[in-house]
Design a protein around this ligand. Structure first.
Ligand code: PEP
Ligand code: MN
Length: 281
C-alpha cells in the first residue's frame, strides 16, 4: 500500500498504517458544553481523536482568540469522558510545557510552518506533531519543515494538507490532493487532509473526504460544531453533528477499497496521563 510510510503512535493509536484516522471537533473550544456535546457525538460516529483550538491564531486581532488556559480543564474532562486523544495548536514555544499534559499531539498551524524556532522546540519535546502545510509553502518546504522537527529528536511528525492560496476564489483555499499522492510515494511521514480549511465550504467537505481516502491519505482533520451557525470561528465550514455522521456512514464502507479501515479509539483507561480511578488500584 505505502511501504515507505513510518506510522506515528499517539497513546497506542496509529496514524499511517492500515488504519484511517479521523480527527474531529470544533475549530475553537468555546465552552464546556459545546465541546463535550460535539466530542461525544463525533466519538460515537467513528472519530479516533478530537481536535479543538485553545490558543487561536486569527487573521484579525479583534476576532475570538480562543479560551487559552480557561480551556485546559475542559479538555481534561472531555478527553477523559470520551477516551479520545486530543490535538491542539500551539503558537508559541512557551505553551509547550503548559500544554504538554493537556493534549496528546501538538498542532503547528499553517502560519507557523516556517517558524523554525517553534519547529525545533516541538522537536525537542518528543510529543507527536501535526504539521500543517503553510498556505504558500511548496511541498519541498513543507517536507523540510518536518525534517526540522525530526532533526531535533522527534520523528513523530504527521503532515496535514490544508489547502494553499491560489487565484481561485470559490473556495477559501485550493486543496492540493496531488501533494498528498506525492507524499505517499516519496516521504516517510504520514499525511492527513483537512478539507474544512482546504475548501472553507461546508458542502464541499464530504466529496473531498472521499477523494482524500482515494488518493491514499492516512486520515482526515474535520471541523464539527454542535451549532455550526453559532461557531465563534470558521462557521462557514463547520459540519453539523448530523453532517459528520453522514460523512462517516458514507466513508467507512469505502475504506476497504483502499486497503484501510477506520482507526478505532482506545478505552479511556488506556490514556496514559489520566489518573487511574482509586477503585481500580
Ligand atoms: C486549525 O486547524 O485550527 C487551523 C487554524 O488551521 P490552519 O492553521 O490550517 O489555518
Ligand atoms: Mn478553523
Amino acid at each position: 500500500m505505502d511501504p515507505i510510510t513510518r506510522p506515528v503512535s499517539i497513546n497506542g493509536l496509529r496514524i499511517g498504517g492500515a488504519d484511517f484516522m479521523v480527527i474531529a471537533g470544533p475549530c475553537s473550544i468555546e465552552s464546556r458544553e459545546t465541546f463535550a456535546v460535539t466530542a461525544q457525538s463525533v466519538a460515537a460516529h467513528g472519530a479516533g481523536m478530537l481536535r479543538g483550538g485553545i490558543f487561536k491564531i486569527r487573521t484579525n486581532p479583534s476576532s475570538f482568540q480562543g479560551l487559552g488556559r480557561a480551556a485546559f480543564e475542559i479538555v481534561r474532562s472531555v478527553r477523559a469522558q470520551t477516551g479520545l486523544p486530543v490535538v491542539s495548536e500551539l503558537t508559541d514555544p512557551r505553551q509547550i510545557p503548559e500544554l504538554f499534559d493537556i493534549v496528546d499531539m501538538f498542532q503547528i498551524g499553517t502560519r507557523n510552518m516556517h517558524n523554525t524556532v517553534l519547529l525545533r522546540e516541538v522537536g525537542a519535546s518528543r510529543k507527536p506533531v501535526l504539521l500543517k502545510r503553510g498556505f504558500s509553502a511548496t511541498v519541498e518546504e513543507w517536507l523540510l519543515a518536518a525534517e526540522y522537527v525530526a532533526d531535533s529528536g522527534n520523528p513523530n511528525v504527521v503532515l496535514c494538507e490544508r489547502g494553499i492560496r491560489t487565484f481561485e476564489r470559490i473556495t477559501r483555499n485550493t486543496l492540493d490532493l496531488a501533494a498528498v499522492a506525492y507524499i505517499k510515494q516519496n516521504s516517510r511521514f504520514p499525511v492527513l487532509v483537512d478539507p474544512s480549511h482546504g475548501t472553507g465550504v461546508r458542502n464541499l467537505i464530504a466529496p473531498m473526504c472521499r477523494a482524500s481516502a482515494a488518493v491514499g491519505a492516512d486520515g482526515l482533520l474535520l471541523e464539527v460544531h454542535c451549532a455550526p451557525h453559532q461557531a465563534l470561528s470558521d462557521a462557514d465550514q463547520a459540519l453539523s453533528l448530523r453532517d459528520f455522521a453522514q460523512i462517516m456512514r458514507e466513508l467507512e464502507p469505502l475504506l476497504p477499497l483502499f486497503g484501510r479501515r477506520l482507526a478505532r479509539p482506545l478505552r479511556p483507561s488506556a490514556l496514559s496521563h489520566e489518573p487511574v480511578p482509586s477503585s481500580t488500584i
